[in-house]
Ligand binder design. Structure first.
Ligand SMILES: NC(=O)c1ccc[n+]([C@@H]2O[C@H](COP(=O)([O-])OP(=O)(O)OC[C@H]3O[C@@H](n4cnc5c(N)ncnc54)[C@H](O)[C@@H]3O)[C@@H](O)[C@H]2O)c1
Length: 285
């Protein structure tokens, strides 16, 4: 199936990054936000990211201008009627995602493929309000989307072989590297990564080593580019807690239970880099 136009619902951290990747790959892309202020903010963020790529010599000014001209921002989901492939990247809430796919089912032609960027929700349930569970899959990009090469292609129970193949080919055409995963808690990467990060928090919480030594240990001893506590701050402690709770709820392993310290840090607003404080203090110069 030929994909000519792409839609991305939500222009936040992930949606904006995905829009940038798609526009740079040569596709016209429509993105929708819930109000003008958020749409302007999302588009400005994409423009800034492209400008930075130009400054770093990774993108020519001509290619930036061409990519920028392919992006169309809207508040009206009806504009997605012309999209052949729609990626939903709104906040991680089942009811809101289901509402989007219910609405899109009445707007898009039956041939349009629907994809969700969910990190942790049950994909079969997200797809349940759409009229096309066979043409529905997960495309899980990683943060920041313009930089990270991986996309997990997630097969829900009803996803057809053809949809999966189209999704895979599309992601490759974006210059990304796909891996295949079944619709299961955390897919592949978060299923392996989140338990490790939770354990690092536990090691810190129990005073088995200092914050700096935990991070130094995994960087120097395991060759990781970032220590686990630094990585928790980068991901966002609220996101970490959310995914940990989903893994624990679905898999039931006590080892996956979020450490009390993580829950308290989130309650106190220590969300990591985005709030200025997490395991590290980002307000210090
Ligand atoms: N942050 C990450 O590291 C990461 C990584 C991979 C996947 N994800 C997943 O990507 C999705 C988006 O996460 P994010 O970090 O970009 O969140 P975000 O809060 O930065 O962005 C979500 C955006 O969706 C918008 N939105 C909400 N309802 C909408 C609707 N009905 N129509 C259009 N826009 C709507 C919000 O206004 C917001 O701007 C989530 O499913 C999340 O689990 C996040």
């Amino acid at each position: 199936m030929e994909i000519k136009t792409v839609g991305v619902v939500g222009c936040g951290q992930m949606g904006g990054g995905i829009v940038e990747v798609i526009a740079k790959a040569g596709y016209p892309v429509i993105t929708r936000e819930i109000n003008q202020e958020l749409l302007d903010k999302g588009l400005a963020h994409i423009r800034k990211s492209m400008d930075k790529a130009v400054q770093r010599g990774k993108l020519s000014p001509e290619d930036r201008d061409a990519a920028w001209s392919r992006i169309y921002g809207t508040l009206d989901l009806a504009d997605f009627a012309q999209a052949d492939f729609v990626i939903e990247a709104i906040i991680e809430r089942m009811d809101l995602k289901q509402a989007v796919f219910g609405d899109l089912s009445n707007i898009c032609p039956p041939t349009t493929i629907f994809a969700s960027n969910t990190s942790s929700l049950n994909l079969a349930e997200v797809a349940a309000t759409s009229d096309r569970p066979d043409r529905f899959l997960g495309t899980h990009f990683f943060n920041p989307a313009p930089v990270m090469p991986l996309v997990e292609i997630v097969r829900a129970l009803a996803t057809s072989d053809k949809t999966l193949a189209t999704g895979q080919a599309f992601v490759i055409s974006l210059g990304k590297k796909p891996i295949l995963a079944k619709d299961s808690p955390g897919f592949v990467v978060n299923r392996l990564l989140i338990p490790y990060l939770i354990d690092a928090i536990r090691v810190f919480e129990h005073g088995l080593a200092s914050r700096d030594d935990i991070d130094k240990g995994m960087k120097l001893g395991a060759g990781h580019p970032m220590g686990p506590l630094e990585l928790c701050d980068y991901i966002g402690l609220d996101t970490m807690l959310y995914v940990a709770d989903v893994l624990y709820e679905e898999l039931g392993d006590a080892w996956l239970k979020a450490p009390p310290l993580l829950r308290r840090m989130v309650a106190a607003g220590y969300l990591g880099r985005k709030s200025g404080r997490g395991f590290y203090d980002y307000n210090k110069s």
